[in-house]
Design a protein around this ligand. Structure first.
Ligand SMILES: C[S@@+](CC[C@H](N)C(=O)[O-])C[C@H]1O[C@@H](n2cnc3c(N)ncnc32)[C@H](O)[C@@H]1O
Length: 278
């Protein structure tokens, strides 16, 4: 790939998704965009880059979609789901007795395994949130990932990655070589497309945010802006769950880490706890 064409693609993807494509990602860009170039009749990836200025919205969306990395699996890293069951859910269930509702947002939900894992934890622990309503909103930049998430249909390989057998039996039916998630789990999650670089107005206010394994693709400035915007969506006593490789280092200091790895709260939560215990 030519250097100037690579720069064109890199600048475009950065502006539209926040994803940083370093020179080392040249092979990735080439392999992911080759099918896009072919589909829309361009002369290779260089041709696609040269045509970007006058490309249709459909082509632009296809480029951004192709450059997202949608790697995910059920109960990824286990701990974030254990923390949800042991700390976040009991705490939020106590705190939300008055409003009667807990809202959870998976901010980079990819093909749905993360929000569906949370939904399965919720179904297993109904006694904790009895009398409350729970809503999971799950968003992602990738149109293709969201479409697959909505379908809730996974391959044998995908269900084998992380999903305990008892949950497979309880919540999925086999259809040929695929496994389809039950309506009961599906109904708990509302999927839509959302770019973390744009407005979060459609999300409203939430109690818990899972924003895992997406900040790693952003530069420091984008990460800081995203964390500031995420903070605005969370109630002061709510929770933010980040991925194993994510931190709030470099942010504007809106969040502080709890005792458990990957679990954060707005700094106001600590002040409120201190005021209560004073
Ligand atoms: C590696 S996956 C992580 C999925 C899941 N959170 C997990 O930890 O298993 C990263 C996801 O972030 C999404 N993503 C990348 N840039 C984004 C942006 N600007 N806004 C929203 N989602 C984005 C990608 O489409 C991808 O599905």
């Amino acid at each position: 790939m030519n250097s100037s064409e690579f720069d064109t693609i890199g600048a475009f993807v950065l502006k539209n998704s926040g994803i940083v494509l370093s020179k080392a990602k040249e092979y990735l860009v080439e392999s992911r965009l080759k099918p896009v170039a072919e589909e829309f009749g361009f002369d290779g990836v260089d041709g696609l880059a040269r045509g970007l200025g006058t490309a249709s919205q459909e082509i632009k969306l296809a480029i951004v979609d192709a450059m997202t990395t949608n790697e995910t699996f059920f109960f990824r890293d286990k701990t974030p789901f254990k923390l949800f069951e042991d700390i976040v859910l009991p705490q939020m269930s106590r705190a939300r007795r008055k409003t009667g509702k807990i809202r959870i947002w998976c901010a980079a939900a990819s093909t749905g395994q993360e929000p569906y894992s949370l939904a399965m934890v919720l179904l297993k622990n109904k006694h904790i949130w009895a009398g409350l309503r729970i809503e999971i909103v799950a968003t992602d930049l990738s149109h293709n990932a969201i479409a697959k998430a909505k379908e809730g249909k996974y391959t044998q390989f995908e269900v084998q990655r992380g999903l305990p057998v008892d949950l497979l039996v309880a919540h999925f039916t086999q259809e040929g070589t695929h496994w389809v998630i039950s309506d009961k789990v599906k109904q708990m999650v509302k999927f839509s497309k959302l770019n973390l670089m744009e407005s979060y107005a459609s999300i409203g206010t939430v109690d818990v945010v899972y924003c895992r394994n997406v900040l790693i693709y952003f530069d420091a400035d984008t990460k800081r802006k995203v964390l500031t915007s995420v903070r605005r969506t969370i109630r002061p006593d709510g929770y933010l769950v980040l991925g194993a490789a994510d931190t709030v280092i470099g942010s504007n200091g809106e969040f502080e880490r709890g005792e458990e790895r990957g679990l954060y709260q707005p700094v106001e939560a600590k002040n409120a706890r201190m005021a209560l215990s004073a």
